[in-house]
Design a protein around this ligand. Structure first.
Ligand code: SF4
Length: 330
């Protein structure tokens, strides 16, 4: 099965076992980011904002052409905050079941899966980790593993030698320094091999219920398109966007933005004509605006395909979402 360029934590697409560059978060592979060309087009969140009802009516698949924002030349801080929060509310209506797209049953599985997701898709990680966790269910088991055996299991995720070093290394540290438990503090998590702030926030937000913003490739692209910030450094983006929202909303905000980036606002061909937040977006028109053509660009459940998790949350299944197929499925 071909991998999509769509990881929650890194995005370069798996190439089936290439092993040319260390993919860890602490030494990321640089990727060119597409930035809006609509300079000066700033949406007016106070007067042109779409309603929840209209967003629901259009849905992500869109039944009407999306209206372009009619932006003022400048946007006050207050208007920016209002528009940003409105976008988040609209996306919450479109993706009420948004969730982390890595399968995990405990913090250890999540930290390992997140490290493995660098430079590949969450789907490919989800298809790989069942075999890994069946053989090595605890940090102690993985710490004592034969690296060559782990490499063979991780081969489908790409960069499998570096990833093997990271997951065995972090398992050793968990076993030796943290009593076999994943720590629930940022300052401890970032000490683990292959774990930076991005991975740490994924773990804190989703395994410990502590608010965190996940600045992945989708998040970076979208917040710049929306002109929430002009920053390019992930830590500065995290701080700038965090200041627009209450802390309690950070984790869900991250899910909404990442889901929108994966399904509708793609890097190369955003589906503007099927976008429920078009009236709030300064970059409307950067992608396909014809509604019919735009609908064909939608991915995953909005485009009729399964999601990325083999074991998605019940709310997702209840909403009509479908589990992803296992690795050996036809
Ligand atoms: S799909 Fe188009 S209109 Fe929607 S958020 Fe992305 S750039 Fe803006």
């Amino acid at each position: 099965m071909a991998a999509h360029r769509d990881s929650a934590v890194g995005e370069q697409g798996s190439d089936g076992g290439r092993e040319t560059e260390k993919p860890t978060e602490k030494a990321p592979v640089k990727k060119k980011t597409t930035v809006s060309a609509t300079e000066g087009a700033t949406a007016n969140g106070s007067t042109r904002a779409t309603t929840r009802e209209s967003a629901k009516a259009r849905g992500a698949a869109g039944t009407k052409p999306a209206a372009a924002a009619k932006p003022p030349r400048t946007e006050s801080r207050t208007a920016l905050v209002r528009r940003a929060r409105r976008i988040n509310r609209e996306l919450a209506e479109v993706f009420p079941y948004a969730h982390p797209e890595l399968d995990f049953e405990n913090p250890f599985q999540l930290v390992v899966a997140t490290v493995l997701s660098a430079q590949t898709t969450d789907l490919r990680v989800n298809q790989t980790t069942p075999a890994l966790f069946a053989r090595y269910p605890t940090p102690e088991d993985l710490a004592a593993a034969d690296p060559e055996e782990v490499e063979e299991i991780l081969r489908p995720t790409g960069f499998f030698r570096a990833k093997t070093r990271s997951v065995i290394g972090l398992s050793k540290m968990l076993a030796e320094d943290f009593g076999g438990e994943v720590p629930g503090r940022l300052e401890d998590l970032v000490k683990l091999p292959g774990v930076g702030r991005k991975t740490a926030f994924v773990v804190l937000g989703n395994a410990f219920g502590r608010p965190g913003i996940t600045v992945d490739t989708h998040f970076q692209r979208l917040v710049r398109r929306w002109k929430w910030t002009e920053e390019t450094d992930p830590d500065k983006i995290e701080a700038a966007v965090g200041a627009l929202f209450p802390k309690s909303e950070w984790t869900d905000l991250s899910h909404h933005v990442i889901w929108h980036g994966r399904r509708i606002c793609h890097a190369r061909k955003p589906a503007c004509g099927a976008c429920p937040i078009a009236p709030l977006c300064p970059a409307y028109g950067e992608g396909e605006t014809d509604p019919d053509k735009a609908r064909k660009l939608l991915k995953y459940e909005k485009g009729g395909f399964p999601g990325q998790r083999l074991n998605p949350p019940q709310a997702y299944l209840d909403a009509g979402g479908r589990p992803a197929p296992p690795l050996d499925a036809a």
